[in-house]
Design a protein around this ligand. Structure first.
Ligand code: NAD
Length: 614
């Protein structure tokens, strides 16, 4: 059915009636239109050189002699047969010979284009070293240089000029069973601002973590860039820029475009397809979350995922300071989507612990580019999601003076501005608190509000520190400190895994609080004594499975899971669905029968006196 007629139907129905209509029509729409669509090649239909060129199936020199002969690729590979272990070792040797992180990023992406199983195997084996390459901070650099590092497309690029045809473009994606989409419009990539279509590195990287950390099969994941233009002329004027060279489309046209995208995803991939919004600018992020949260299976990682991971770090810090949430005073530096998302979840958690909403909010202060957020300040608005946190107080601009005035026990940086926590700010935190909590959350590393080294040095090694991008251990006064990384990768893959495994219809706010509590509880006493408020990154996969199993318990208990019958053991149920990086067997499938039935019969001798029936 063409989109123009769907729009006609929509004009006479309410939004929810329209969605219901879509749901009912979906099955027949799919059977009519999909007959003419390309579909993913099945493993059985691929043979010969095509097998070596398909990253989902190619296993390079690990094909055995029997497989090479059976699949028609004998002679197309050097004669030696290697194990995946040797291939992984060879890759890492080459990887370490690269001179810089951008080259390492390109080498990794090239591997994912050649051999997907090996790619995810090396990430799983070297997670601490490779997450900062496929994700923050290196992915930020890769986005800034996207035109240069671009070799071949990954995911779908849908532009504003494709309005009215989004469903058709989704149908060009050959995999029919997409279960998770990460989508961006590239307007606020990490703390780097508007990178337009070059922001595609982010959905690609996030979905690679879906597989590497949460074991969600790569064929179920689809990265999407919604290109509505860019206001970053420096980027769009480059001859290497890959996106539309025009200013961003905004307003009604933008909203209609996103509406059509959401509906087209449901039409093509079904209600249960999870849509993660990523790196949209604040002015759209909140609006879109509120608009779609109850109608689709969707969440915004910058708001909700960040909130959960930071809250988990707060829970870890509370175990060190032996205080409760309500005993602390929080100062947010930056009052955008990340800060407001964290503040809202923090409030929610305090209320769950028995505080009134007013009491909870009274503990949270905010500071933005115009200074402390107080009534009647001379500059800067007080509207939107920061409104509940506006206080009566002095309009102070200097951050050290703000710290002196508010006397926070926890200082949270989410400004996207590097080095805001200068010596004066950190020293003040150390003066006020025995164990100051300092989270420098802005990404990439160059935008962190302070480095781990600065935080430990200026607070005499007493602070509890976490950051958004990774920092190496710091030796101060002969003691080694292990900075925690408030990496969203602890939360969004787990939330996605539970949602997909349980076929939940919506990603509800409570899931983030539950995930944060579980993550906080998984930090060992040993980690806490080393100053870590998060589990070590190499444990991310195990942590993810535990959080997802816990979320699955919650989804079944609250009747929000639709995958029936309900499994008894939720952790086993989650583990059964995980992607396996070991290679498939491509030889002929052979099995035996009892000898009596499989033996070849010969012509009986005439002496046997057998009567031959016709
Ligand atoms: P945003 O654009 O929505 O908000 C930025 C806020 O910072 C605004 O309130 C702005 O007024 C304020 N600000 C700007 N300059 C400032 C200055 N000089 N002093 C004080 N405040 C200033 O951005 P966002 O989505 O909230 O993201 C902010 C940062 O948080 C980004 O760097 C992002 O990478 C980071 N982040 C980290 C994590 C994580 O660590 N897990 C997750 C999400 C976002």
């Amino acid at each position: 059915m063409p989109f123009s007629s769907l729009r006609g139907i929509r004009s006479v129905l309410s939004y929810y009636q329209y969605l219901r209509y879509f749901q009912l029509q979906q099955r027949c729409l799919v059977t009519i239109t999909d007959e003419y669509r390309p579909t993913t090649k099945s493993r059985a239909s691929i043979k010969g050189v095509e097998l070596l060129r398909n990253p989902a199936f190619n296993k390079g020199m690990a094909f055995t002699l029997e497989e090479r002969q059976h699949m028609g690729i004998h002679g197309l590979l050097p004669p030696a047969v290697l194990t995946q272990d040797i291939q992984a070792l060879r890759f890492m040797i080459n990887f370490h010979r690269m001179n810089n992180d951008l080259d390492r990023y390109t080498e990794l992406m090239n591997l994912s284009d050649r051999n997907e199983k090996l790619f995810f195997r090396v990430i799983a084996d070297n997670i601490e070293e490779l997450i900062p390459i496929v994700y923050t901070p290196t992915v930020g650099l890769a986005c800034q240089k996207y035109g240069l590092v671009f070799k071949r497309p990954r995911g779908l690029f849908i532009t504003i000029h494709d309005k009215g045809h989004i469903y058709d473009i989704l149908c060009n994606w050959t995999e029919r069973h997409v279960k998770a989409i990460v989508v961006t419009d590239g307007e606020r990539i990490l703390g780097l601002g508007d990178l337009g279509a070059s922001g595609m590195g982010i959905p690609v990287g996030k979905l690679q973590l879906y597989t590497a950390i949460a074991g969600i099969p790569p064929q179920h994941c689809l990265p999407i860039m919604l290109d509505v233009g860019t206001n970053n002329e420096e980027i769009s004027s480059s001859p290497l820029y890959v996106g539309l060279r025009q200013n961003r489309v905004t307003g009604k046209e933008y909203d209609e475009f996103i509406d059509e995208f959401m509906a087209a995803v449901v039409q093509r991939f079904g209600w249960e397809c999870l849509i993660q919004f990523e790196d949209f600018a604040s002015h759209n992020a909140y609006r879109l979350l509120e608009r779609y949260q109850k109608a689709y299976c969707t969440f915004n990682d910058d708001i909700q995922g960040t909130a959960a991971v930071v809250l988990a770090g707060v829970f870890g810090a509370l175990r060190i300071t032996s205080t409760k949430l309500i005993d602390n005073t929080y100062l947010f530096v930056g009052a955008g989507q990340a800060a407001c998302g964290i503040a809202d979840l923090l409030t929610h958690a305090m209320v769950r612990e028995g505080a009134s909403i007013e009491e909870a909010r009274s503990k949270i202060w905010m500071y933005d580019v115009h200074g402390l957020i107080v009534e009647g300040r001379p500059q800067g608005d007080l509207e939107g999601h920061k409104a509940p946190y506006v206080k009566k107080g002095k309009a102070i601009k200097d951050l050290a003076a703000v710290v002196d005035f508010v006397k926070p026990s926890m200082l949270m940086g989410a400004s996207g501005v590097g080095r805001l926590f200068h010596e004066g700010v950190l020293k003040k935190m150390a003066q006020i608190n025995e164990r100051p909590v300092i989270f420098a959350l802005s990404n990439p590393t160059s935008r962190a509000e302070c480095t781990a080294e600065e935080a430990y040095r200026e607070t005499d090694g007493r602070c509890i520190f976490a950051s958004g991008s990774p920092f190496k251990p710091v030796v101060y006064n002969n003691k080694t400190f292990h900075p925690g990384q408030g990496n969203n990768a602890y939360i969004f893959p787990a939330v996605a895994l539970a949602t997909i495994a349980c076929s939940a219809r919506h990603v509800e706010e409570d899931m983030f609080l539950i995930a944060a509590q579980k993550l906080g509880s998984l930090v060992s006493e040993d980690d806490l004594s080393n100053g870590r408020v998060y589990p070590p990154i190499p444990k991310t996969h195990e942590v993810t499975v535990k959080i997802a199993a816990h979320l699955a318990e919650h989804l079944y208990a609250t009747k929000k899971a639709w995958n029936y019958p309900e499994p008894d053991d939720k952790e086993e149920f989650i583990r059964m669905q995980l992607y396996d990086t070991s290679y498939e067997y491509f030889g002929p499938k052979i099995w035996n029968w009892p000898e009596k039935h499989s033996a070849v019969r010969s012509v009986p001798s005439m002496d046997e006196n057998i009567v031959l029936q016709p």
